[in-house]
Design a protein around this ligand. Structure first.
Ligand code: 13P
Length: 264
């Protein structure tokens, strides 16, 4: 079963709507300079909500080989939920992906496994691919509990989803201790958990579904670390924070396949 690598840049709460246009333009130029081949890896930008319309207009009008998505979605359809953004609004903005359950939302907005499950359900119901984030903190890693902890998050996020729905989701393993710290998990650490995630999906559904799900690694990914991560059998891409704000570095990460030969 072939899985197309996904290289996703989560801008987090950086880059205003004017800067966003410049960043996407520079990224497209850098990818062009690198002769990026979109059949070999999918390149996705995930800006703040307020940037989405500008990013959509630019990418569509210039026919750039880029996709875009959002950093969060409401679990509700519409109505009196001040500050929230609905899946329907994201569909109108052409978003093909949305991050759900990022550790920063679990931590600072107290999002529970139940909420993450509801958000993923809602995204799927609107044909938006959820990128479901999971991963342990430092204490859990030190206690050697990282695999069962992460698998429990995966199981909770997928509860009540059909096999057909699960085949479409993306899971991102982002150990909290490796986010924004420069402390990248070794490729072996990342493969251990990404492989276990695929095994869990096979156990919950079947091997065929598990072989379709893309599992990403995230946490201090850089141009210098991408190739060693991508050669691992169960790592199908990366969710990049800081380095995605540098268009040249993100373009280099996107075209990792030229160096590693791992493509679909
Ligand atoms: P950094 O790449 O900055 O560590 O962020 C990772 C992340 O949280 C992506 O969602």
């Amino acid at each position: 079963m072939s899985r197309k690598p996904l290289i996703a840049g989560n801008w987090k709460m950086n880059v205003n709507h004017i800067e966003a246009v410049g960043l996407v333009q520079k990224l497209a130029w850098a990818l062009g300079d690198f002769k990026y081949d979109p059949t070999k890896a999918e390149c996705l930008v995930i800006p703040p909500f307020v940037d989405l319309r500008g990013v959509q207009t630019l990418i569509e009008s210039d026919k750039m080989p880029l996709k875009w998505g959002a950093q969060d979605v409401s679990e509700h359809e519409n109505g009196a939920y001040t500050g929230d953004i609905s899946a329907e609004m994201l569909v109108k903005l052409g978003c093909s992906y949305v991050i759900v359950g990022h550790s920063e939302r679990r931590q600072y907005h107290h999002e529970s496994d139940f909420i993450v499950n509801e958000k993923a359900r809602n995204a799927l119901a609107h044909d938006i691919t959820p990128i479901i984030c999971v991963g342990e903190g430092l204490e859990i890693r030190r206690a050697g509990e990282h695999v069962p902890f992460t698998l429990a998050q995966v199981e909770a996020a997928l509860a009540d989803r059909s096999a057909a729905e699960v085949a479409q989701v993306v899971i991102a393993y982002e150990p909290i201790w490796a986010i924004g710290t420069g402390e990248v998990a070794t490729p072996e650490d990342a493969q251990e958990v990404c492989g276990a995630i695929r095994g869990k999906i096979a156990e919950l559904y079947d091997e065929e579904i598990a072989a379709q799900v893309r599992v990403l690694y995230g946490g201090s990914v850089k141009a210098s670390t991408i190739v060693a991560l991508m050669v691992k059998p169960d790592i199908d891409g990366v969710l990049v924070g800081g380095a995605s704000l540098n268009p040249d570095e993100f373009a280099f990460i996107t075209r990792f396949y030229e160096v590693s030969q791992k493509t679909n």
